[in-house]
Design a protein around this ligand. Structure first.
Ligand SMILES: CCCCCCCCCCCCCCCCCCCCCCCC(=O)SCCNC(=O)CCNC(=O)[C@H](O)C(C)(C)COP(=O)(O)OP(=O)(O)OC[C@H]1O[C@@H](n2cnc3c(N)ncnc32)[C@H](O)[C@@H]1OP(=O)(O)O
Ligand SMILES: Cc1cc2nc3c(=O)[nH]c(=O)nc-3n(C[C@H](O)[C@H](O)[C@H](O)COP(=O)(O)OP(=O)(O)OC[C@H]3O[C@@H](n4cnc5c(N)ncnc54)[C@H](O)[C@@H]3O)c2cc1C
Length: 680
């Protein structure tokens, strides 16, 4: 064999050998029926089996392979994702997967940021939410059949968070009944929208509507960007990719400029606000109704925090079961690293959180459906609650999931740093969720503002009834109450756990409100007073959102109990719920100690109970991650493979590294050989 053409490495087929014995043993020792928990997570046996059929179909299809993704250039990754889009469409036709739900299941199984994500997730929902019946009739069939591909173009170079600051203008020309779209400045350039750069033929553009020099605020407009014949940009449109990013290589986030581009009047999405032919403007029934797609997307993002964190935890827990370091005493076998308390303390709260967020996802989905039902009947009364709650939960869940993935990566030691662990790319592709669809901090201000307002109302009008999740704001007497969990057992009482979270949230709201007043008494107007309490507002929003997550977890377990769920499943869910509740008190202990809600009388049993919960979860840890039911394809990780053949898989996958294609390194002749062979 020539020394430079082929690697001198053993050819292994060891990845498919017998499963790792430790994993097998742990799976055999679970305290609950794993399959039943899987059914519970995915909505029943039938639904689980359906999802499995789709996941297995995807996992066995070479077009959807992931293992070589780290060796592809950006352009190759983009092309590959387009190939996946084409195949996705072929499979829909071949397997008759025409329902929205089937297609969602298929995309979820493909598990990649495809350049049709924005088409499905925001372009179509905006037509549905903001278009008139005629507009929907015109564009939805084309969009659903992928005869047009669209995106959601709102953010600009100069503004993302401050939507009212957008600079793109749509000026109504009464004489031709057209809007003239223009990007008057460099900072008016649309910047960031996914799939805008190279893929989309159309987009919904958010622009400030101007009629006869009158500013009418930001509205959505349907604009064709590229020819449907040859994909060339249309006249007056400058469009392209924004260049390299932290990750997200499969997505062509784009820029877009308009040079006096004309679109017909009926291309403004006019379900709520209208411009008549003569230029008469009718205002929408709620000033923020055009922001509804963002609310939808935030609700969707909350739902995905659980599955993303669950993936990271699955990888880390399985690997920690296989990985061994150090005997406890000399001569003894080495320990699985999952036996170490520190490893459990890092991973099990995240495992508990993945389950907690699952129930938060269910909750927000239900809240969103109720909200949409109301909106269809022109009832916008739930919008403020929906907006504030989803803004807060989107922030909390994405922050925790992002930090959690990194914790999982670090807990896998050196191999966690390998891209083959799947964790670096999971992290890099997930973290923009803290920024897109509303920067998390800015979103927290929205929730805090809502809470402060309600608190003020409740103070001004005793007896006022507030909606369920915020009803604790009515009860200022709660502020005088203290924790009475002075034993480990008492800390397992859900009522006491919820009391602690409610008390903390109310105290932070009340403090913020008091500080606001104090700032105003010092002479600041309300705007500047708010500026002086902004970091506290973030804490308020987080505290309330923690309470909502815990409350839903506790309620979900109660409902499961009432519906006859088996004792072993209830027991393990209760243990997870307890760990979630107690871990996040421990993590923010200062909040609870600062105002004397807790003292060392309570913190000692709290810490002790947490240690007991970690021990309780240990024997079920593998079963609990198995219950998430991810395929190896979905995890894309050599460390998280179901059969636990971690080292074999790592070794085999590493052989694909292009540097290993030759025995002698590229560059050897130019750069290494000269000094190696130089005369001394
Ligand atoms: C739904 C459940 C799930 C169902 C599952 C179904 C599955 C469906 C399939 C989906 C498939 C999807 C695949 C997708 C894969 C793609 C992955 C994601 C890709 C990334 C997408 C990223 C896209 C984007 O980022 S788009 C751009 C997003 N931009 C933002 O979010 C900007 C953030 N800024 C704002 O929202 C606002 O400007 C804000 C809120 C910061 C301030 O607004 P403004 O200045 O106008 O208002 P204020 O003066 O501050 O407030 C006035 C008043 O209005 C209230 N308010 C503000 N916003 C809203 C709102 N949205 N709704 C209601 N009310 C609002 C505000 O609170 C104030 O109220 P007051 O009472 O006066 O205090
Ligand atoms: C991967 C990715 C995909 C995206 N996809 C899309 C898309 O498809 N369509 C689209 O339209 N957009 C998209 N965006 C843009 C995204 O929605 C915005 O970047 C996001 O809303 C944040 O806005 P910004 O960039 O203006 O941040 P900025 O608002 O400039 O935030 C910068 C910092 O300033 C702080 N800050 C901002 N305002 C305040 C304030 N009032 N008080 C205190 N602090 C403040 C923030 O907390 C943050 O720390 C995408 C972005 C990314 C990263």
């Amino acid at each position: 064999m020539s020394s430079s053409s082929k690697p001198n490495l053993p050819v292994t087929n060891a990845v498919n050998g017998p499963p790792n014995a430790d994993l097998v043993r742990e799976r055999g020792a679970a305290s609950f029926p794993v399959r039943d928990l899987t059914y519970l997570v995915y909505g029943g046996q039938e639904r689980t089996e359906h999802l499995e059929r789709i996941a297995n179909m995807v996992a066995s299809d070479p077009v959807f392979r992931k293992t070589d993704r780290f060796f592809l250039s950006r352009t190759e990754q983009y092309r590959r994702s387009l190939e996946k889009v084409r195949h996705y469409k072929e499979l829909i036709a071949k397997h008759n997967l025409h329902s929205e739900l089937d297609q969602q299941d298929l995309r979820q199984a493909i598990d990649e940021d495809l350049p049709i994500g924005l088409h499905v997730g925001m372009f179509i929902p905006t037509i549905v939410g903001q278009g008139t019946d005629e507009q929907q009739k015109k564009w939805l069939p084309l969009a659903r059949a992928y005869k047009i591909i669209g995106t959601y173009a709102q953010t600009e170079l100069g503004h993302g968070s401050f939507i009212r600051g957008l600079e793109t203008v749509a000026t109504y020309d009464k004489s031709t009944q057209e809007f003239v779209l223009n990007s008057p400045t460099l900072t008016a350039t649309k910047w960031w929208p996914g799939a805008l750069g190279k893929t989309s033929t159309h987009c919904v553009v958010f622009a400030r509507l101007v009629i006869s020099d009158r500013e009418c605020g930001v509205h959505p407009f349907m604009v064709q960007l590229r020819s449907l014949e040859n994909h060339e940009p249309l006249k007056g449109i400058t469009v392209g990719d924004i260049g390299p990013k932290f990750a997200y290589e499969t997505m062509d986030n784009g820029f877009l400029r308009f040079d006096h581009v004309r679109i017909p009047r009926d291309h403004m999405l006019m379900r709520f606000a209208q411009v008549a032919a003569d230029g008469t403007y009718s205002t929408p029934p709620h000033s923020k109704v055009s922001y509804a797609t963002m609310v939808f997307m935030r609700a969707y993002i909350i739902g995905t925090a659980s599955s993303t964190l669950a993936k990271a935890v699955t990888i880390a827990v399985r690997y920690s079961c296989v990985r061994k370091q150090f005997p406890l005493r000399s001569g003894e076998p080495e320990q699985q690293i999952l036996n170490y308390q520190n490893q459990q303390a890092a991973l099990f709260p995240l495992l508990a959180t993945a389950y907690a967020f699952h129930f938060t996802g269910n909750y927000i989905r239900q809240m969103y459906s109720d909200f949409v039902r109301g909106m269809r009947a022109q009832d916008f009364s739930v919008l403020p609650e929906m907006h504030a709650t989803s803004a807060g939960l989107k922030s909390l869940t994405t922050w925790i999931a992002s930090a959690g993935i990194e914790t999982c990566r670090a807990s896998c030691g050196g191999h966690g740093y390998s891209k083959l662990s799947g964790l670096p790319s999971l992290y890099a592709n997930y973290i923009p969720a803290c920024t897109y669809e509303g920067d998390n901090t800015v979103m927290c201000f929205q929730l805090a503002r809502y809470l402060l307002k309600l608190y003020g109302k409740a103070q001004a009008k005793p007896g006022l009834r507030l909606p369920g999740n915020v009803s604790y704001l009515e009860k200022s007497t709660l502020l005088d109450e203290r924790c009475d969990a002075s034993t480990e057992e008492l800390w397992l009482d859900p009522a006491r756990q919820l009391h602690a979270y409610r008390n903390r949230a109310l105290r932070l709201v009340a403090n913020c409100a008091n500080r606001l007043v104090a700032e105003m008494q010092k002479g600041k107007d309300e705007v500047l007073a708010v500026e002086a309490i902004k970091s506290d507002m973030v804490k308020v929003a987080k505290a309330h959102s923690y309470y909502v997550v815990l409350n839903n977890f506790v309620n979900a377990i109660e409902q499961l109990r009432a519906s006859g769920t088996s004792t072993p499943i209830l027991r393990v869910l209760k243990t997870l719920c307890d760990l979630f509740a107690l871990h996040f008190i421990q993590a923010d202990l200062g909040d609870f100690l600062e105002y004397g809600y807790l003292s060392s009388l309570h913190t000692e049993p709290l810490h002790a109970q947490i240690r007991r919960l970690l021990e309780a979860i240990r024997p079920d840890a593998v079963a609990l991650v198995d219950a998430f039911n991810f395929t190896d394809h979905a995890l894309g990780s050599a460390l998280g493979v179901h059969n636990g053949r971690v080292y074999e898989t790592l070794f085999e996958w590493a052989q694909q590294e292009p540097l290993n294609k030759t025995q002698v390194a590229p560059g050897y002749h130019e750069y290494i050989k000269p000094f190696l062979l130089a005369k001394m």
